[in-house]
Design a protein around this ligand. Structure first.
Ligand code: HGY
Ligand code: MN
Ligand code: MN
Length: 417
């Protein structure tokens, strides 16, 4: 029997809807690409909510936003985080659910008049998606020391802008040094973004870790030529070679269990109906929970693309956009989440995340864990992304009860589950 949620789910849904109006797309869904004006508006809204809740707001040099509710003692905080940037075809929940549920945990504690032993910090990390500026999880990677601020600021995005210029442009290059505050433990509530929880009718995903990620950009260069006058044998068609490469990636990936692979972007130049493409730029996203298997697939893809380029007499260059090993979350926190879920009368199952998350970076510096809630039809990075209110309530309840334990809530207020 599912126990009632202690958080105010209507308030949480209202904030999700309100944030979802920032960068809303005409046909539904959201576009708040990192460090765009839409991202700035979302950040402003979040900072405003944090200040309304009396939280101390700190913005660091890469634009990570931290709002802190004080504890009885100035100890390293429990951090509850995620991101509010989205892909171009984003939904209301990817990232935003984790950040706004963190706010809801804080406001519910305020409503109950409950103090906590240690502070609670709600975090919104910069550029988790990596869709405009690679790699993904950039803000949390800088926070844990995996990338310098300078290197991050120098990254050139898909539109030719640097992170530094975009960050300065939206006014979120904070003064606080990166890597602060030091953190006691980290929790992240996130939508599953896949089909498992819904298919198995399970309420909560207890996330054991995140699979390895490899992003590579390939550039094929031949010669643009007239589509009508150039004999087929004379062509150095970069577009055709890129199309062959995409098929090769798919063939290699499908032959390896547990492997996924995507050619998500492919740009022809000059990209005109009557010109043989002289240049083609495409990306390959490969993921596997087995790092060795991923390395073998990565090598096989590189070899295949090189062979295709040579056969077509094309020049080839490539660069790594992201490369992250598999990550395991904290075993004790995983057990605690399972027990909390059961105590709330909810069904859970353990799982590995197919998507990357800020939690995988935070796991480098403190005990970290994630809680998943179902995605309708397993959809995400799609404007039809949806998670039912009951599922949001269940996830928020688990996060709240975990926060109460980890932050050492004082039972001054209403009896807490
Ligand atoms: O790519 C990912 O897994 C995440 O959405 N950044
Ligand atoms: Mn996300
Ligand atoms: Mn995402």
């Amino acid at each position: 029997m599912r126990r009632p949620s202690r958080v105010n789910c209507a308030r949480l849904s209202a904030r999700l809807e309100r944030l979802g109006q920032v960068g809303a797309l005409p046909g539904g869904g959201v576009c708040r690409l990192a460090l765009t004006d839409e991202d700035r508006k979302g950040r402003d809204l979040l900072v405003g909510w944090m200040r309304e809740l009396g939280m101390a707001v700190l913005i660091d040099r890469i634009g990570n936003i931290f709002g802190t509710r004080p504890g009885r003692r100035p100890a390293p905080p429990l951090m509850i985080g995620s991101h509010i940037d989205t892909v171009k075809t984003g939904g209301l929940y990817d990232g935003a659910l984790g950040v706004l549920t963190g706010l809801e945990v804080v406001e519910t504690l305020d409503d109950l008049g409950v103090a906590t032993d240690r502070p609670i910090t709600v975090a919104a990390f910069t550029n988790e998606e990596g869709a405009r500026f690679a790699p993904d999880m950039m803000g949390s990677l800088v926070h844990v020391g995996g990338m310098t601020v300078e290197a991050a600021r120098a990254v050139v995005g898909i539109d030719g802008t640097t992170v530094g210029d975009a960050l300065d442009g939206i006014g979120y290059a904070g003064l606080a040094p990166c890597g602060k505050p030091e953190v006691h433990s980290y929790l992240e509530l996130h939508i599953e973004q896949g089909p498992i929880l819904e298919a198995e009718r399970v309420d909560i995903g207890v996330v054991e870790g995140v699979q390895a990620i490899s992003w590579t950009e390939f550039v094929l260069e031949g010669a643009s030529a007239h589509a009508g006058t150039t004999p087929m044998a004379m062509r150095r068609d970069a577009g055709l070679a890129a199309a062959r490469a995409a098929v090769a990636v798919n063939d290699i990936v499908r032959a390896v269990g547990g492997q996924v692979g995507t050619v998500g972007s492919l740009v022809f130049e000059p990209n005109l109906v009557n010109v043989v493409a002289g240049k083609a730029t495409f990306t390959v996203d490969l993921r596997n929970n087995d790092a060795d298997a991923l390395a073998r697939v990565d090598a096989a893809v590189g070899l295949a693309v090189r062979g295709i380029a040579e056969d077509a007499g094309l020049a080839l260059r490539s660069r790594i956009l992201a490369s992250f090993a598999p990550v395991g979350f904290d075993r004790d926190l995983i057990g605690e989440i399972e027990a909390t879920t059961a105590n709330l009368g909810l069904r859970s199952r353990r799982m590995v995340s197919g998507a990357g998350h800020d939690a995988q970076m935070m796991a480098r510096i403190c005990p970290a864990a994630m809680v998943f809630v179902p995605s309708a039809r397993g959809l995400s990075h799609n404007i039809a992304e949806f998670t039912a209110p009951d599922d949001i309530a269940a996830g928020a309840s688990v996060l709240f009860e975990m926060a109460v334990k980890l932050a050492g809530a004082d039972m001054v207020g209403e009896e807490i589950a």
